[in-house]
Design a binder for this molecule. Structure first.
Ligand code: ADP
Length: 296
């Protein structure tokens, strides 16, 4: 084997991808074998020698994760029908007889609560689908169009809150390969959060730029910012920062959904934020050329 190229010696395609660019190896990757074992491989470049790969068997962690996901999926799924029934009957209440003002107020509160549980359940089901990698179909997508569509939908909320939107979106952003529905969902969540957390009259800036073989998207706002200790956790499920303004609702699932989408597109996401000054979420996604590159 000595003297042969690595790609000839290593039979596994995931390992070949891991080492496809030897000068710039991916730091970490999961390698799945046909018998179901999953190994986590970490690459460490050693100057003038090459690259060391350390592998750890994470099969049992993957199994626990799968069981947990299945449980969450089943519960969420089973909750949907009773929730729809509750909402349906509550909606009917004032049609079958007169209700007084206090009863009407109680009905409104029940409707609001059922709607928030429903959206939580839907988010959980969505997250389950994304994490399970069900929708891996990718196509060539014009990112520029997706950004514009998102802004068209959210434009009403931006003007309701009298916010200023700054958009730096060059027309010549190269295309990327991705799932348009998921990319749209990613932008909806990130821009939606910027609108939701930034007080009236604030500023939202969206910068999109292509650099080498990747596209960089940055969504910044002049909102309350995120305390440094919370920044480490906001991409975890159900996590909400300690300074969420009173009355601003949410399930803490949006950014987990965003992170899973970004990772399914082989991208990276991070946040930079200063308390009291604002937050900036940066997403880096590979452009078309790199995304379709297959190992030899
Ligand atoms: P939520 O449903 O609470 O909005 P997310 O997962 O979307 O859940 O966000 C997690 C937490 O990160 C939020 O609860 C909030 O504390 C913080 N966060 C996210 N985006 C922003 C933002 N643009 N400005 C300030 N805080 C934010």
């Amino acid at each position: 084997m000595k003297g042969k190229p690595v790609s000839e010696v290593l039979p596994h395609p995931d390992l070949k991808i891991l080492l496809s660019d030897i000068n710039n190896p991916l730091p970490q990757n999961e390698i799945t074998f046909e018998d179901g074992r999953v190994l986590s491989a970490q690459c460490t470049p050693i100057p003038r020698i090459g690259v060391a790969i350390t592998m750890q068997d994470i099969t049992y962690l993957k199994q626990i994760d799968r069981l947990k996901n299945e449980f969450v999926h089943t519960v969420s799924h089973d909750l949907r029908s009773p929730l729809t029934a509750i909402l349906g009957y509550v909606d009917l209440l004032d049609r079958v007889g007169p209700v007084n003002d206090q009863q009407r107020e109680f009905i409104r509160r029940v409707q609001n609560s059922v709607q928030s549980i429903t959206s939580l359940v839907n988010d959980l089901l969505e997250l389950g689908r994304i994490e399970a990698g069900f929708d891996t179909q990718k196509e060539v997508v014009p990112l520029e169009g997706i950004v514009r569509d998102t802004l068209e939908t959210l434009g009403g909320q931006i003007s309701d809150k009298k916010m200023n939107l700054h958009l730096n979106l060059p027309m010549d952003i190269p295309q990327m390969r991705g799932n348009p529905i998921r990319l749209r969902q990613m932008l909806d969540n990130l821009i939606g959060n910027a609108i939701k957390y930034t007080p009236e009259g604030g500023e939202i800036t969206i910068d999109v730029e292509a650099q080498n073989d990747q596209v960089i998207l940055r969504i910044s706002d002049t909102g309350p910012g995120i305390p440094p200790a919370d920044q480490l956790h906001i991409f975890e499920k159900f996590y909400r920062a300690s300074n969420v303004p009173k009355g601003v609702g949410g399930s803490g699932l949006g950014l987990s959904i965003v992170k899973s989408i970004v990772e399914n597109h082989q991208g990276r996401i991070w946040v930079e934020s200063l308390l009291g000054q604002g937050s900036a979420f940066t997403v880096v996604l590979p452009l078309y050329k790199q995304a379709v590159a297959q190992p030899a």
